[in-house]
Ligand binder design. Structure first.
Ligand code: HEC
Length: 104
């Protein structure tokens, strides 16, 4: 019985890590609570990151703008709701997050 439970848990964990790219999300997303307002697939408080990636496909200036916006916050692109600044976030952390999002 115990081993059935354990293998069910293992199977669930494996299925989850295969089906979701949650494992690839940069660590900074956790540090700065990005996922409290965002998900990859759908809109929560902020836009779904898949939608963000689609919006900026082929936009050469998007990466630099978004790196700054992640650190300083901003509003008006997706609706009236502002995104707060993450003043402690470094440019490297911001770039890693932006590269991850734009690469979705
Ligand atoms: C308190 C909620 C909240 C948190 C926390 C938050 N966001 Fe947002 N985010 C928003 C909202 C709201 C918008 C839409 C802003 C707009 O319309 O300009 C947004 C927009 C964005 C965009 C699109 C920006 C654009 O100009 O198109 C990206 C990319 C993004 N967030 C990434 C992140 C990352 C990475 C983090 C963590 C460092 C984060 N967000 C944390 C609410 C949040």
């Amino acid at each position: 019985m115990k081993s059935i439970v354990i293998s069910a848990v293992v199977a669930t964990v494996l299925a989850f890590s295969v089906n979701s790219n949650a494992a690839d999300i940069p660590a900074a997303a956790k540090t700065y609570n990005c996922m409290g307002c965002h998900s990859i697939e759908k809109k929560l408080v902020g836009p779904g990151w898949n939608d963000v990636a689609n919006k900026y496909k082929g936009d050469a200036s998007a990466r630099a703008n978004l790196i700054v916006k992640m650190m300083k916050g901003g509003k008006g692109v997706w609706g009236p709701m502002p995104m707060p600044a993450s003043p402690k976030m470094t440019e490297q952390e911001s770039a890693a997050l932006v590269d991850f999002i734009l690469g979705l």
